[in-house]
Design a protein around this ligand. Structure first.
Ligand code: ATP
Length: 238
């Protein structure tokens, strides 16, 4: 399996705060990889660095073997790394369709654009039903679907998901996780940050547990799922 994303000895600071103290992460093409850990462990910082929003103090980020450590966010997005942000940050005053169009800003070909709309609407039929509705009037779950849909409109090779289950009811979380599996089946590699460890380990292939800026533990999702002390100690038994 090709390596899609390779992070080596990555350090990121906020001023004097060492948010990442040298982490190594590998995501193989076609995998769902989970980044787990408590509040403040550095999960969001890792995603923001991969997207190019933050600078590294040292270390490197490679995408299919190319060093992207120093590239700006728009260059990284155009290479196919697209983040669906935390907190369902959709454009609240725009319609569903307008939000999706924004995600497709790099797509110039009409047929490709239509295919992307069809793909997103097939994952999330409710978005098609509500395509003319203003985003702020959607439920929390629908806004999360729209955030993921918007990221998919840009044809990601690697989709970065930041806490897609945050604040959502269990049934909706189950639905969204099922769709994430479908997205992977259709060929998109996924790196997912989550606090909801047990459910994430059910859909992931491999997982890293961050602990105050370091990788405290890693392994196949199956191994970690069967490690009950890990679930208790690191992940709060969720
Ligand atoms: P959460 O689930 O709460 O988002 P996280 O694992 O994503 O947690 P990060 O948000 O990456 O953690 O934070 C890692 C560390 O960096 C924490 O100690 C946090 O307080 C600090 N930090 C995050 N953002 C900033 C910032 N903008 N300025 C200063 N420190 C920050």
């Amino acid at each position: 399996m090709n390596e899609c994303l390779g992070i080596k000895n990555l350090k990121v600071n906020y001023g004097s705060i060492e948010a990442l103290k040298g982490i190594d992460i590998s995501v193989k093409e076609g995998q769902i990889v989970a980044l787990l850990g408590a509040n403040g462990a550095g999960k969001t910082t890792t995603l923001r660095k991969i997207s190019g929003i933050l600078e590294a103090k040292s270390g490197s980020v490679q995408f299919f073997g190319e060093d992207i450590t120093k590239l700006p966010p728009h260059k990284i997005a155009s290479k196919g790394i697209i983040q669906s942000p935390e907190g369902r940050q959709v454009f609240r005053d725009l319609t569903v369709e307008e939000n999706l169009m924004i995600g497709a800003y790099t797509i110039k070909n009409k047929k490709e654009l239509k295919n992307n709309f069809d793909r997103v609407y097939s994952y999330f039929p409710v978005l098609r039903e509500r395509k003319n509705q203003i985003a702020s009037t959607l439920s929390g779950g629908e806004q999360q679907m729209l955030a993921i849909g918007r990221a998919l409109m840009g044809n990601p090779k690697l989709l970065l998901l930041d806490e897609p289950s945050l604040g959502l009811a269990p049934l909706i979380v189950k639905n969204i996780f099922h769709i994430i599996e479908e997205i992977r089946k259709d060929g998109t590699t996924v790196l997912i940050v989550e606090q909801n460890a047990l459910q994430t380990l059910k859909i992931a292939d491999y997982a890293y547990v961050l602990e105050v800026g370091k990788v405290g533990m890693e392994g196949s999702a199956k191994e970690l799922r069967n490690n009950s002390s890990l679930i208790e100690v690191y992940l709060g038994g969720k």
